[in-house]
Ligand binder design. Structure first.
Ligand code: HEC
Ligand code: HEC
Length: 211
C-alpha cells in the first residue's frame, strides 16, 4: 500500500515536471521504458501511467477516483481536453492531461473505451435508491439512457460510478464551476430548486444501486 502510494506520487511528480509519458516507469514499479515505435507509445503502454489511480484497465477501486473504462471515445477525449484547458475543474487531472498530445489521448480513449465498465461495489440506502430511480426517469433518462448505463450519446456513465465522484461533479455543475449543456442545466436546476440536495442524494443512491 505504501509502495503503491509512493509510486503514485512519483508518477504525478514526473508528469508535473513534464517528463515524456513514455519514459515513466510502469505503475507496478518496473524500471522499464514503454515500447516506443515510430508511431509513439501504444494505448496499453500509455494507460499504465493511469492504473495507479484508476485501477487496472480503468476500473477504479477508490471512491474519489472515477472508473474510466467503457466510455465513448469522443467523450473521453472531451474530458481530457476539458481538464487540459481548465474548463472542467479538477484536483489532479488538469496537470496530468497537459502531458499528453491529442494523438496520445485518442489512443488511450480507444484502449479504455474497449474495456468493460465495472460498477463500483458500494453501500447505498434502498429506500432512497427507489425514489432516485423515479427522479432519474423523469429528469435524466432522456439523455442518460438505460438508467444511466448508456454512453452512446457521449454523456458519461452514471450507473455504477463512485458516489463520491458523482457528488463532487454535481456540486461543480450546480455551483457553475463546470458548465452544463443548456438542456441539462434546465433539468438539473429545476430539480435542485424543487427537491434540493435531498433529491440528488436519492439520484446518487439509485446510481450506486446499479452494481
Ligand atoms: C494521481 C491519480 C491519478 C492519475 C495518475 C490519473 N488520474 Fe484520471 N482522475 C483522477 C481524479 C482524482 C479524477 C477526478 C478529477 C480530478 O479531481 O482531478 C480523475 C478523472 C479522470 C477522468 C474523468 C472521468 C469521468 O467520467 O468524469 C478521466 C477521463 C481520466 N481521469 C483519465 C486519466 C488518464 C487517461 C490517466 C493516465 C494518463 C489518468 N487519468 C491518470 C486521478 C488520477
Ligand atoms: C439534455 C440532455 C441531458 C440531461 C436531461 C441530463 N444530462 Fe447529464 N450530461 C449530458 C451531457 C451531454 C453530458 C456530457 C458532459 C457535459 O457536457 O457536461 C452530461 C454529463 C453528466 C455528468 C458528468 C459525467 C462525468 O463522468 O463527467 C453527470 C454527473 C450528469 N450528467 C448528471 C445528470 C443528472 C443527475 C441528470 C438529471 C437530473 C442529467 N445529467 C440530465 C446531458 C444531459
Amino acid at each position: 500500500m505504501v509502495m503503491k502510494t509512493i509510486t503514485r506520487v512519483l508518477l504525478v511528480a514526473g508528469l508535473a515536471f513534464g517528463m515524456s509519458s513514455a519514459a515513466i516507469a510502469g505503475s507496478h514499479g518496473k524500471k522499464k521504458m514503454a515500447p516506443k515505435t515510430l508511431m509513439g507509445a501504444s494505448g496499453l503502454a500509455l494507460s499504465d501511467t493511469c492504473a495507479g489511480c484508476h485501477g487496472t484497465d480503468g476500473a477504479s477501486g477508490g471512491p474519489g477516483t472515477p472508473t474510466i473504462s467503457g466510455l465513448s471515445e469522443p467523450y473521453f477525449a472531451e474530458l481530457m481536453a476539458g481538464f487540459k484547458s481548465g474548463e472542467i475543474p479538477s484536483t489532479i487531472m488538469g496537470r496530468i492531461a497537459k502531458g499528453y498530445t491529442g494523438d496520445e489521448v485518442k489512443k488511450m480513449a480507444t484502449y479504455f473505451g474497449g474495456k468493460p465498465f465495472v460498477p463500483a461495489k458500494q453501500s447505498y440506502d434502498k429506500a432512497k435508491a427507489a425514489k432516485g430511480a423515479k427522479l432519474h426517469e423523469k429528469n435524466c433518462e432522456k439523455c442518460h439512457e438505460d438508467g444511466g448505463t448508456n454512453v452512446k450519446d457521449d454523456t458519461g456513465r452514471l450507473a455504477g460510478q463512485w458516489t463520491h465522484y458523482l457528488k463532487s461533479t454535481m456540486a461543480d455543475y450546480i455551483s457553475g464551476k463546470r458548465e452544463m449543456t443548456r438542456k441539462m442545466k434546465k433539468k438539473v436546476m429545476k430539480l435542485h430548486t424543487k427537491g434540493g440536495d435531498a433529491a440528488f442524494d436519492e439520484l446518487m443512491a439509485y446510481y450506486a444501486s446499479q452494481q
